[in-house]
Write a protein that binds this ligand. Structure first.
Ligand code: PMP
Length: 310
């Protein structure tokens, strides 16, 4: 279930998706000069609840800054565009919003200087990224995670996802659900489009933010939940043998959500307790039963045409 909705934001206006096209020679198409966000909206009790919209906007603006794209849109304007898109598309299902920055410029040289970047947004009807009925089977990839010395891994740059695609391709072809990527030193960084959290000898451990990973908004949320429960989080290097000895392993991401891992390279991992606790807390947030619900949810009601966002 990944149907693209009929209206998109393109060229500073909302247009039918057929009208949103870029030229064959555009710099973004030829060189992957884009950056993007991925945001979930949940259809619940007659309204769309978009999760941590402001944090996703902030990361998109940070990506633009890191990549020197020179594009900025104030949050209030961004929020208005999202509201209008939700309204025009008459959303009444779970969705995935994809805001991204791109350039139509047809400059041949792979250089950003002098190019004008613009915002595009489309919406997909979206359910589960991974089968929710079982844990994930992961494979440690032969492809290493790109180094931050080569590409800014904290920016969600389109070009970085050639690396994710190669690793995921390889894992899925071999019968796994997804890949785990190691950095150039052999430490485990993240999955193809999700961060990782593990429990090792009773301690919750994750790679530190200085490793070449994306700083996931779902991961930041999970860290808040763990703190709330008084569970200490240890930011450390994780090598392959630690993963094989994990009491519990899970992935976190906007598309993936929080999913437990049942094996890595065919070696079973049995625990699910922390993962279940985190899932329950996410559900509480979405059901407006968590103290952070107000802060984290952008709520759009089709009936009243009103949205609130903090
Ligand atoms: N790492 C990578 C490489 C990703 O693409 C994603 C998905 N955006 C994540 C981690 C998880 O980030 P978030 O929780 O913000 O979706």
């Amino acid at each position: 279930m990944q149907t693209i909705k009929p209206y998109v934001y393109f060229n500073k206006e909302i247009v039918p998706k057929e009208q949103a096209t870029v030229g064959i020679a555009s710099h973004s198409l030829q060189y992957g000069s884009t950056c993007f966000g991925g945001v979930r909206g949940y259809w619940k009790d007659g309204e769309v609840r978009v999760f941590r919209l402001k944090d996703h906007w902030e990361r998109l603006m940070d990506s633009s800054r890191t990549l020197e794209f020179g594009y900025h849109i104030p949050f209030e304007q961004f929020e208005t565009v999202i509201s209008e898109l939700i309204e025009r598309n008459q959303i009444d299902s779970n969705i995935y919003l994809r805001p991204f920055l791109f350039t139509r410029h047809e400059k041949l040289a792979p250089r950003f200087e002098g190019l004008e970047f613009d915002l595009g947004i489309y919406i997909l009807e979206f359910g589960d990224y991974f089968d929710p009925s079982r844990g994930l089977k992961l494979k440690i990839s032969n492809w290493r995670k790109i180094s931050d010395a080569a590409m800014p891994t904290k920016a969600k740059a389109g070009g970085c996802y050639v690396n994710s695609s190669l690793a995921a391709n390889d894992a899925v072809r071999d019968g796994y659900d997804d890949a785990l990527l190691m950095d150039e030193q052999g430490y485990i960084v993240e999955a193809s489009v999700a961060n990782i959290i593990m429990v090792h000898r009773g301690r919750v451990v994750m790679p530190d933010f200085g490793s070449p990973m994306l700083e996931g908004i779902t991961l930041r949320t999970a860290i808040d939940f763990l703190k709330e429960e008084g569970i200490p989080v240890h930011f450390e290097r994780i090598d392959r043998s630690m993963i094989y000895l994990a009491d519990e392993l899970m992935v976190t991401g906007t598309a993936a959500m929080v999913r437990s891992v049942e094996s890595v390279d065919g070696r079973p991992i049995r625990g699910t307790a922390i993962c279940e606790m985190l899932k329950k807390k996410f559900d509480q947030v979405l059901s407006l039963e968590h103290p952070k619900s107000d802060e984290w949810l952008y709520r759009f009601s089709q009936q009243t045409g009103q949205s609130t966002c903090r």
